[in-house]
Design a protein around this ligand. Structure first.
Ligand SMILES: Cc1ncc(COP(=O)(O)O)c(C=O)c1O
Length: 417
């Protein structure tokens, strides 16, 4: 039988997008722009960074070491090694896993480019796995589909702050293939056993970038158990030198002269960032609670909408870190596209974003070739947008976003025809 191309142009929607909750003035546009993510810095961070500036030592030193110890204690892991970004953390972790030219590294396409680029830096090839539409994350099955004899590592992403089931993934990944966790969204996320992401035993990479749940402007870290890897990463982040700058300049007995044996990188953290990080960590649970309130507010408000938008599974569960609040639009019921909705939100001073434009369709990864078939990634990525969420937001902000979002969708609602 010949396939018929059906066009669903006449969708009938009788009930408008509606919201029961009363909003004071839904159409008044706020004066300031609300970014999709922003840090929450208090006087504590300002005082801490000022103290380090006044101390005369702003590079990597005692403050960085103290931050690493506090992070390790918070997460309950033996080692946390800070670096200048999560991108560097991913690169160094894949290096530890022995990834090199010709190897394949499985990762999602629905992620930031760093998750895949880290493999390319090492001469390896990223191989994209599809996602599950409820969690927006790779699954044991989608990983299994992409395993070959060349697979050397799997980079999994705890998307939006939802911790993946690492044990289930481990069941399908052969021994000798490393699992590296991209936890850029997941500082403070917990696994079903209640332990923080970072404690699985895999090398777990965090980001402290400007909009992250724990922010130091820029920065990243690897949480790990292996003593030898921890020492190697400590050395590689500082050119391959055996001791970091602080110890080199302050050690009472050792004067290092010609001690460079390995080629390393310049990927270290600084005490300025660590001072901010220590203050952020001390306020982390309070900030996480604010994110939880915003997510709950959105779910309550958007849950009243007909027809429904969908949000990520588990985003109001206690173990979710709520780095992103991502929704999927019922495009079949709208006359506008996802991009129309994003731009309409921006016109109302709401920093809506797109997480993500899928990597498998980008020329860097597919070149002139047909992109691989990732049907669920494509379906989600065409209809997804991110509403603002941060520990800086108030519930009044959340109410403004929810009200404007509904009013925009109502404007794009398909009418009977
Ligand atoms: C999933 C994911 N991985 C990695 C990164 C890279 O983090 P960084 O900017 O610290 O290098 C990001 C950044 O947003 C991210 O979202």
């Amino acid at each position: 039988m010949k396939a018929r191309c059906s066009k669903t142009s006449h969708v009938t929607v009788q009930v408008p997008f509606k919201r029961v909750r009363k909003q004071s003035s839904p159409l008044a546009i706020r004066k300031s722009y609300l970014p999709f993510g922003q840090p929450n810095f208090s006087e504590k961070e300002i005082a801490a960074v000022t103290k380090v500036m006044r101390s005369g030592w702003v590079g990597m030193g005692a403050e960085t070491l103290a931050f690493e110890k506090e992070l390790a204690a918070f997460l309950d892991v033996p080692h946390v090694v800070t670096v200048n970004s999560c991108t560097s953390a991913l690169f160094l972790s894949l290096l530890m896993a022995g990834v090199g030219p010709g190897d394949e590294v499985i990762c999602p396409s629905m992620t930031w480019c760093s998750s895949a680029n880290a493999a390319i830096y090492l001469g390896a090839v990223p191989v994209f796995a599809d996602i599950d539409v409820a969690t927006w994350s790779v699954t044991p099955q989608t990983i299994q589909e992409k395993l070959t004899r060349k697979t050397k590592a799997v980079v999994v992403v705890h998307f939006g702050g939802l911790a993946l089931d690492i044990e289930a993934i481990r069941q399908v990944v052969p021994a000798g293939v490393a699992i590296i966790e991209d936890a850029a969204h997941a500082f403070g996320s917990r696994f079903v056993n209640g332990r923080y992401v970072g404690t699985s035993g895999n090398l777990t990479c965090f980001s402290f970038y400007a909009n992250k749940n724990l922010s130091t402007g820029e920065g990243g870290a690897v949480a790990l158990y292996d003593d030898e890897y921890a020492d190697r990463i400590r050395s590689l982040r500082q050119h391959g030198l055996p001791l970091d700058a602080w110890k080199r300049f302050t050690h009472p007995h050792i004067l290092l002269t010609n001690e460079l044996h390995h080629l390393g990188y310049k990927m270290n953290y600084t005490d300025l960032q660590a001072a901010i990080g220590r203050a952020q960590l001390s306020r982390f649970l309070e900030m996480a609670a604010m994110r939880a309130q915003v997510a709950q507010y959105y779910v309550d408000a958007l849950g009243e909408m007909i027809p429904a938008v969908r949000w990520q599974k588990g985003c109001t569960d206690p173990y979710h870190a709520r780095h992103l609040f991502v929704v999927q639009l019922p495009l079949e019921r709208l006359s506008g596209s996802r991009n129309d909705v994003v731009l309409a939100l921006r016109a109302r001073n709401i920093g809506a974003a797109i997480h993500y434009a899928p990597l498998h369709r980008m020329p860097l990864y597919c070149g002139q070739n047909q992109p691989p078939a990732l049907p669920f990634t494509d379906a989600v990525s065409n209809s997804a947008l991110t509403l603002p969420i941060s520990a800086k937001m108030t519930l009044k902000d959340a109410d403004y976003v929810a009200g404007q979002f509904m009013s925009i969708l109502d404007g794009y609602r398909k009418t009977e025809g």
